[in-house]
Design a protein around this ligand. Structure first.
Ligand code: SF4
Ligand code: SF4
Length: 352
């Protein structure tokens, strides 16, 4: 309960001012991957050295306000000690509430163990399993035969083995798959008993030189904004927060695709940050402007958060000199960062 209050406090405060420490962090635990996606080149690069469990413990002990973590990769399950990683983070980040994990679904048993470990810590697991099209297209786009099958297996196993968690199939929209989304939904409904649109989560292709290393890929972001609007309001099941977020995200996606800029003020370095496997900290997974190395700052995010490099990056973001994006990792906190807008307008005061 207290951790929930802490998270809500962080969200509300982010509407008015910069937080003294982030309430949300995206942590890429590894850049190793067992798929070879066409739209991402993480798998095609030498992975950097990763943090040890001891280092992870030190880092998260210093995240005093952290209420929400996104654990991502690469493929998180390729870390042989991923269950220990989850355990160490949950024990050290004392105010954690939401534990979000992304997986490509190649290792169903480990995905279930991850969900159980999060539940054991008394936290809410939210796990996204990626799928990028109907079977044949998915496996072609993801570079490995059987990827579609294993994603569905993972999703089904999670639901049956750890039903208290929240699980979604997550589709990254790109020029390569946008016209096949309806076909994919039909196939998912056929293959997964009880599957509905509300079990699907959309993401959007983005290029990033420091994260996905896919900045040389051209044209995948060319999606007709109208094509995504037909999915608006189809998400009907689940909590009101989830339905609100999905719909606002789709609305924002359409706007972003039309105008090519972040539709609402971004919360990166105001309330959130991104940590690469080597310990380099960025505003987000897109903006290639490192603000510090955790190993050089005694594993203390607070020393980096107030560093002059962070101040400079913050200024660039405010002046919209970053690349701009609508990645859910940052779009969701940005949507939350606007919920108090009616109050601000009512008071006639601009707080930040
Ligand atoms: S998109 Fe995910 S699963 Fe695909 S190569 Fe990149 S990290 Fe791996
Ligand atoms: S708008 Fe996108 S690229 Fe710019 S700082 Fe925010 S999350 Fe990063």
């Amino acid at each position: 309960m207290l951790s929930k209050i802490n998270l809500i406090q962080g969200i509300i405060e982010s509407n008015f001012r910069r937080l003294s420490s982030p309430y949300k962090a995206t942590f890429a635990v590894t850049y190793r991957c067992n798929l070879k996606c066409k739209i991402c080149k993480v798998w095609d690069n030498s992975p950097p050295a990763e943090f040890t469990l001891g280092e992870i413990g030190k880092i998260f002990k210093n995240f005093k306000r952290l209420g929400w973590i996104d654990l991502t990769g690469g493929e998180v399950t390729l870390r042989g000690d991923i269950i220990d990683v989850i355990n160490v983070i949950s024990r050290n980040a004392r105010n954690l509430c939401v534990f979000h994990i992304s997986t490509n679904g190649r290792r169903p048993e480990i995905a279930v163990l991850m969900a159980k470990e999060v539940l054991k810590a008394g936290l809410l697991p939210v796990i996204n399993v990626s799928v990028d099209g109907p079977r044949e297209l998915n496996d072609r786009l993801r570079g490995v035969e059987g990827a579609f099958h294993s994603s569905l297996e993972t999703f089904k196993k999670l639901r049956s083995s750890a039903p208290q968690g929240h699980y979604y199939l997550s589709c990254t929209l790109s020029r390569s798959n946008i016209q096949y989304v309806d076909e994919m939904i039909v196939e998912l409904k056929r293959e997964i008993p009880g599957f509905s649109f509300s079990d699907l989560h959309f993401n959007l292709f983005h290029a990033s030189s420091h994260y996905y290393k896919n900045h040389e890929i051209e044209g995948e972001d060319k999606i007709d904004p109208v094509a995504v609007m037909k999915y608006l309001s189809l998400s009907k099941k689940g909590s009101r927060v989830k339905i609100f977020l999905e719909n606002q995200y789709l609305k924002g996606m359409s706007k972003f695709l039309s105008e090519d800029k972040f539709p609402v003020p971004c919360q990166a370095l105001n309330a959130t940050c991104f940590i690469a496997p080597s310990g380099r900290v960025y505003a987000c997974g897109i903006f290639d402007e490192p603000i510090g190395e955790l190993r050089e700052h005694d594993y203390d995010i607070n020393r980096i958060w107030d560093h002059p490099r962070a101040l400079m990056a913050r200024k660039s973001i405010k002046q919209r000199q970053c690349p701009g994006c609508w990645s859910p990792c940052e779009a969701y906190p940005a949507i939350f960062g606007q919920v108090m807008r009616p109050v601000q307008e009512c008071l006639g005061v601009k707080f930040k």
